[in-house]
Write a protein that binds this ligand. Structure first.
Ligand SMILES: [Zn+2]
Length: 278
């Protein structure tokens, strides 16, 4: 049975949680209905009949549907677009990619929704801000941490996006999975601190002379050996981190070695990209 997710009245929005629980969807995908007369739908969710019935009922009670906004095109968020369009024909669909009517990017407006580029989980993931409410899709979840795709630079872009969200005056986060977050600044700070903590582990490991991606990821993710986040490998290749580590680690780590035993420039770089996911 679908569950409605209440928000404080000031946000004039409601969530409907789908019955698609799983390791990545947590308790299920959240669809969010924002405003009224007419309302706007963020992420219609999976094509499950009970979910569609609940979403449709909420939209009807709010005076119809003006637009459908997608945070990203993973099927647990967008699968039911055709069924929603059957119920509300002609409704424009907006998102960053895929078969949408309106293509959105950072700062674009779609009705009351402002698109915020939040790459990381998907390269063109969008969050939306309406008033003081941020609809964060899979950029920030209600619990746990987010899977970041192993694209080059994904983690750095993701951290920058979290910072941009943290600078906004937000009163609540409505995530794609998990419960509502009523202290956005604390949650965003926790997310940023979690990622930077892993980075500090990497710098310590570099100082200790570890060099291969496997060694470095084992050091940075000691609680989950063999389940290392693929995105960290991309972060390791970032010039900023290399400069910081080079200034600290390479000279000290190699000074004690005879010249022929020192790692070559090529061997200092991560040898391969880690493709394992968390
Ligand atoms: Zn999702």
């Amino acid at each position: 049975m679908d569950r409605l997710i209440a928000l404080p009245a000031e946000f004039d929005a409601i969530g409907v949680r789908a019955e698609n629980p799983g390791p990545f969807s947590l308790t299920g995908t959240n669809s969010w209905i924002v405003g009224r007369d007419p309302a706007w739908l963020v992420d219609p969710g999976p094509a499950l009949e009970a979910h569609l019935v609940a979403v449709t009922a909420e939209i009807d009670s709010r005076g119809g549907l003006a637009g459908i906004a997608l945070t990203h095109d993973h099927h647990d968020h967008n699968e039911s677009v055709p069924q929603i369009l059957e119920r509300f024909p002609g409704t424009p669909v907006a998102g960053a990619r895929g078969p949408v009517d309106i293509r959105l990017a950072e700062g674009d407006r779609f009705g009351p929704l402002e698109a915020i580029a939040t790459p990381g989980h998907a390269p063109d993931h969008l969050a939306y801000i309406s008033g003081r409410l941020a609809l964060t899709g899979d950029a920030v979840l209600g619990e746990g941490s987010v899977f970041i795709a192993p694209d080059p630079g994904a983690l750095s872009s993701y951290l920058a996006a979290l910072e941009r969200l943290r600078r906004r005056d937000l009163g609540a986060l409505a995530p794609g999975h998990g419960p509502v977050v009523l202290d956005p600044a604390a949650k965003l700070s926790q997310y940023i601190a979690h990622r930077l903590d892993r980075e500090r582990h990497l710098l310590v490991a570099l100082d200790a002379g570890l060099r291969t991606v496997d060694e470095l990821l084992d050091a940075a993710w000691p609680v989950a050996p063999g389940r290392r986040p693929a995105c960290l490998a991309g972060r390791l290749a970032k010039p900023g981190l290399r400069r910081r580590s080079a200034a600290r680690a390479w000279p000290r780590a190699t000074a004690r070695l005879p010249a022929r035993a020192r790692p070559s420039a090529a061997s200092r770089r991560p040898r391969r990209r880690c493709r394992r996911s968390p």
